[in-house]
Design a protein around this ligand. Sequence first.
Ligand code: HEC
Ligand code: HEC
Length: 293
Amino acid sequence: MSNVFSWFIIIGTVVSLIACFWLVAYANKQRASDKEIQESESHVWDENIRELNNPLPMWWLWLFVGTIIWSAGYLIWFPGLGNFDGVGGWSQEKQYADEVSAAEAQYGPMFAEFGSTAAETLVNNEDAMGIGFSLYQNYCSQCHGSTAQGARGFPNLTDDVWLYGGTPAQIEQSIVAGRTGVMPPLAAVFGSDEAIDEMVSYVQSMPDGLDTSSPAHTKYMQLCVACHGPDGSGMQALGAPSLIDDNWLYGSSPTEIRKSIVEGRNGVMPAHGDLIGADRARILTAYVYSLSN
Ligand code: HEC
Ligand code: HEC
């Protein structure tokens, strides 16, 4: 915070505190002449409803004084007055750092032990799976859902269909390094809307066996085969999904398939390695692995 702004806050705060104190003191002074004020300012309505100007009860007044003293003490002890750090040595960053290092001291050794255990073994460890569940809820559920069943564009992690593979090593790679699915936009290479429509129908019919007589089949073998494979079962090295199962990342309706082909798709699984560290990544790998095994 700039010095000018800091002083602006300090002066503003201190002046308001003094003003509060003065106001309370001033209001209290009037007590001496209570009686006259009561009489002089009393308004009467309907003959018997009378407005009095009674002074505050003493306990109430002391409550005000107490809050003013409290806030002064607070502003001396804690940071609050501009750039002044407070004499108590407390800061948000320090509290956070303390909590993190306390947690690290408590859980670090356990995490390190889990981190050096194979995922296939960890799945049988109840403590590790409990931690895996919490880590999952913290870092992954916003995208893959709280039950890990995914959503449109976010793969289901509980089934045995995998874009990039379901071995512990492949899952760990997905988590640590992230994944980027690249389905290029291909509208331009089709030449006509009809050709695209044909391809959409062809893709819809792929689960029933490849219709080699369709002109779209020729196109498929030119344009799509490199990624989705000659039989349409996809390619895990590229994250290209199978087009012959009934599992769809973006949807099986003609509109969605058309959109996939025309506009392309770019699913991004962010890399989590730096964020969570290797030990947590291992625990999460085992947890995700356990969901489908
Ligand atoms: C910002 C959203 C987001 C977050 C957060 C996220 N993911 Fe993902 N994840 C994705 C998307 C999108 C994909 C699919 C990428 C693609 O389409 O190529 C994916 C893919 C995956 C895959 C590969 C699935 C497969 O079928 O091969 C795994 C495993 C995975 N995520 C696990 C996790 C775990 C564990 C976490 C928590 C540490 C996590 N993800 C956090 C969006 C996310
Ligand atoms: C460069 C590789 C590549 C080529 C070429 C390619 N695709 Fe894809 N395709 C992908 C990838 C990767 C995805 C998944 C995108 C994601 O994860 O966001 C995908 C997704 C799709 C989807 C969505 C699937 C779903 O589950 O929702 C359809 C449909 C599709 N492709 C059809 C085609 C067709 C038809 C062609 C040829 C005209 C084609 N693709 C060419 C890589 C490719």
